[in-house]
Write a protein that binds this ligand. Structure first.
Ligand SMILES: [Cu+2]
Length: 289
């Protein structure tokens, strides 16, 4: 009568399983990691409309390339054990031999995971503090890029259910669309007139809460001319999903012409406009009728 393979004494299978898994993992990782970095990296979000957006693409590329060997190890391990140790269909269910401590594996596991996690945490913190990172930092930002005093200011105003923009450097005029000049440092002062919104122009690498009474500051430096999507990323009422626009980064001369046109349009309504302020509060009387 034939003996079942699973009843063999523990340790009887002397095939070099560990070495096979490690070699397969190394080969796969050495091939896959550069491919991921070169081909997948550039198409990762958020996009390349600003220096901050491109910085986030680089960060996401580093993260994805770092986890590629980890993913390869899991893949190789699963494929190997599921094929090599698969029990014959008619085999009775039975426990495998008990596993004992293996100091080498335990120490390697702790050291490798600690180094990977702490390195990525350090890298992420360093990158967040670079160039103002593009995220909203509240009214007194911690990560202020060099030359922030001379940046072009644009106020982003959320309200149910649209975005408008004010340019304090151009007489505080208000516009229906967001135009930014190319290759320019911009400071966005994001606020709201009513409820909580979130200004999300992801190709710029910017996502900043728009809260009434709060000036939420985000920095960016535009790159070449292109259009980008703007969305509200905070459920803000019935027509939240309708709260999207297309913004434009344009050559300097085109921006100058556009802002001049906007100043002319604003001239007739200037005296009815509220004075430019870093933040606004909802008017309960007006809203209450
Ligand atoms: Cu909204």
């Amino acid at each position: 009568m034939a003996t079942h393979p699973t009843t063999a004494a523990p340790g009887a299978d002397r095939a070099p399983h560990g070495r096979r898994v490690i070699v397969a993992w190394l080969v796969l990782s050495i091939v896959a990691t550069p491919l991921v970095a070169i081909f997948l990296g550039p198409i990762l979000p958020p996009g390349n409309a600003s220096v901050q957006g491109s910085g986030q693409v680089v960060d996401n590329t580093v993260l994805t390339a770092t986890i590629t060997p980890v993913f390869c190890l899991l893949l190789v391990f699963f494929v190997y054990v599921l094929t090599r140790f698969r029990a014959a269909p008619a085999t009775a269910l039975e426990d495998g031999p008990p596993l004992r401590n293996h100091n080498g594996i335990q120490v390697t596991w702790i050291v490798v995971t600690t180094v990977v996690v702490l390195s990525l945490a350090g890298f992420g913190t360093f990158e967040l503090l670079q160039n103002g990172s593009g995220g909203g930092q509240g009214p007194s930002p911690v990560a202020v890029p060099a030359g922030a005093d001379h940046m072009m200011q644009v106020q982003v105003i959320g309200q149910q259910w649209n975005w408008t923009y004010r340019y304090p450097g151009y007489g505080g005029i208000e516009t229906q669309d967001l135009y930014l000049p190319e290759n320019t440092y911009v400071v966005l002062n994001v606020t709201s007139l009513d409820v909580i919104h979130s200004f999300w122009a992801y190709a710029l690498g910017v996502k900043a809460d728009a809260n009434p009474g709060v000036d939420n500051v985000a920095y960016l430096k535009t790159k070449g001319p292109r259009s980008f999507e703007i969305r509200c990323a905070e459920l803000c009422g019935l027509w939240h999903g309708y709260m999207y626009q297309t913004g434009h980064i344009v050559p300097q001369s085109q921006f100058a012409a556009w802002i001049k046109q906007q100043q002319t349009l604003n001239a007739s309504i200037a005296r009815y406009m509220p004075k430019y302020s870093r933040s606004y509060y909802p008017d309960p009387q007006r809203r209450g009728g």
